[in-house]
Design a protein around this ligand. Sequence first.
Ligand code: HSE
Length: 331
Amino acid sequence: MIKIAMVGFGTVGRGFARALAENREIIEKKIGKYRVTAICDSKSSITGDFRIDEAFKHKSERGRLPESRSAEEIIEEGNFDVLIETTPTDVFSGEPGLSYIKRTLKSGRDVITSNKGPLVVAYRDLMRLAERHGARIGFEATVGGAMPVIKMIRDELAGNRIKRLRGILNGTTNYILSRMEKEKAPYPQILSEAQELGIAEADPGYDVEGIDAGAKLVILANSVFGRNVRFQDVEIRGITRITPEAFEIAVEKGYTIRLIAEADENGKLEVSPRLVKLTNPLAIYGTLNAVLIETDLAGEVFVIGRGAGEKETASALISDLVDFYGNGSFG
Ligand code: HSE
């Protein structure tokens, strides 16, 4: 029986809990029986012998879970094998997730996170900590949501030299740019519509100024290229100055404009709006994410998928769970 504790019960946490309940049969075929032993958010918790639907009921009826134990107490108590950490991202301090993750790894327990902040601030420290304490940290959900990229490169492209990654790592800005291209409407008007889709960051400045894409690029650079870079090392320009006129000129010449994140083996680390040929696979539309991976043996590999959303992020978190505890079977 795998015991799962969850810190964070917002959109992502709830999506994960729902997917665990709904896809139980599929998941148990791969990892055996599991049980959620604790869930906590910033002000409340539920522990002991409970069903996941009880947690949902409490949260929706009272806005909080029934107990007041903190994440620290739950981690300290240690009644779990793996911590699912989905607290809000702060790419500058990494907190509060960073402390929760460190504490869990130090106790020799595994962590799976969707939170970019801790990995942006302390990627190398966390990897070392995990190694030292015989624990694991899964972070597929931090980059590109359901789009497989971290483990795709680690596993399916194992043995390749990765030369360059270029991609679209933010769905909100891609949606805005797609609409600007088609409708020639100015960006502030579309931003508010993008927020209604529910995938924009709490502070949409994180999206439109390229901070979210920059954070994901740091995680890719550190994991794929074995670098030790920080957020401050990324050259970032967002999309706030792109005008409908710029699109008109671009499209006339057979191009569009997309917010491209790029990292290569020589140390390039950049997020900026670029002209992309309309025939280029990176000229994608809507909230999709995509990455073009250039390798020595496999040549170019292109991945595309949904970069955010409740179910999509749950898919990535569960892929790490199965990676850690799975039997490798298909069925
Ligand atoms: N705000 C992000 C996006 C969500 O638009 O891609 C996923 O990190």
